[in-house]
Ligand binder design. Structure first.
Ligand SMILES: C[S@@+](CC[C@H](N)C(=O)[O-])C[C@H]1O[C@@H](n2cnc3c(N)ncnc32)[C@H](O)[C@@H]1O
Length: 295
């Protein structure tokens, strides 16, 4: 089995989410291929992990990888906000979120997450739920598309891109990731086509966030996580872009400033990867870890 995802900030996550040596529970809200979970299970012999994921294909990889740990690992197919809303209060010693998608999604899932591949435009983490990227691209009004691309991609050419998409779809339905990437490439000014990032990067990110309702799930999940955490337990959240990080940062700030506050902030400034990690794993570049403790 090929493991393509490198667990980001793994040393820092272990250091900042200490677990009691006795019987204990970690909820890994975004198990992915089980990179972080396996490090915790290895480090703490009395620890059990409940590992959530929305994507049954990647979850299967985690199940295979973590088989040696037997009943210490329990996989649950669920979105973290749903699971945490009904989980027992004060039951977990630590809760980890490693937000976004995994390298697996870009390179193996065949769901159109990558503008470098020619795949069906789906982008759903759980293809049984919600609408696909193809539905968004072919069904939203020009204005709604431009808003999504601007808001979730922070793309300055959102209006031009939305216009080009609408023009093309009048000829035929847009079905493939490579076709969409090509439309975007030709919609933007020439000097933007060969910039630091591919001109489709931001639009693809925006579509993925829209299709999976990613941002709307963060705050409710963090709220529930505080309730589910034992006193003295910690929540760690790794984000990959400023839209996510802003939500996490402000939620923790507001919660820790309340008169009846239940958490204190452990990381005044987010923890970022060392130069060494950035060199070894370029996608870790934009990762930020924020940690709070329940008081
Ligand atoms: C960055 S990866 C996690 C990688 C993991 N920490 C590791 O070391 O292998 C994020 C994972 O979270 C999952 N995910 C994204 N949104 C989710 C949600 N709302 N609920 C549960 N899982 C989610 C994705 O399917 C993906 O597998």
């Amino acid at each position: 089995m090929e493991i393509v995802h490198y667990p980001v900030l793994h040393k820092e996550v272990l250091e900042n989410l200490p677990i009691p040596e006795g019987d204990s529970l970690l909820i890994d809200c975004t198990t992915g291929e089980g990179g972080h979970t396996s490090l915790f299970l290895e480090r703490y012999p009395n620890l059990k992990v409940i590992g959530l994921d929305r994507d049954r294909v990647i979850q299967q990889k985690a199940i295979e990888r973590l088989r040696p740990y037997g009943s210490r690992f329990t996989p649950v197919l669920s979105s973290f906000d749903d699971y945490l809303s009904t989980a027992d209060a004060e039951s977990a010693d630590a809760i980890l979120f490693d937000l976004g998608i995994s390298m697996f999604h870009y390179v193996e899932s065949e769901r159109g997450f990558s503008f470098r591949r020619d795949e069906k435009l789906d982008m759903r983490l759980n293809p049984d739920e919600g609408i696909s990227a193809q539905d968004v691209v072919n069904g939203y009004s020009e204005e709604a598309l431009a808003d999504v691309i601007y808001r979730y991609g922070e793309e300055r050419y959102s209006r031009r891109i939305a216009r080009a998409i609408v023009q093309r779809r009048q000829e035929r339905e847009i079905e493939r990731s490579a076709e969409l990437a090509d439309i975007i490439f030709h919609a933007v000014p020439k000097d933007y086509r060969y910039g630091r990032i591919h001109p489709a990067t931001r639009t693809f990110q925006a579509l993925r966030i829209e299709v999976n309702g990613e941002l709307a799930k963060i705050e409710p999940a963090l709220k529930s996580a505080i309730r589910v955490l034992k006193r003295g337990g910690r929540i760690g959240v790794i984000t990959f872009h400023s839209l996510e990080d802003r939500i996490v940062k402000w939620f923790f700030k507001d919660e820790s400033a309340k008169d009846d506050k239940e958490i204190r902030i452990i990381t005044r400034k987010p923890i970022v990867p060392s130069e060494k990690e950035e060199e070894e794993n370029a996608p870790s570049r934009s990762a930020k870890l924020r940690v709070v403790e329940r008081i």
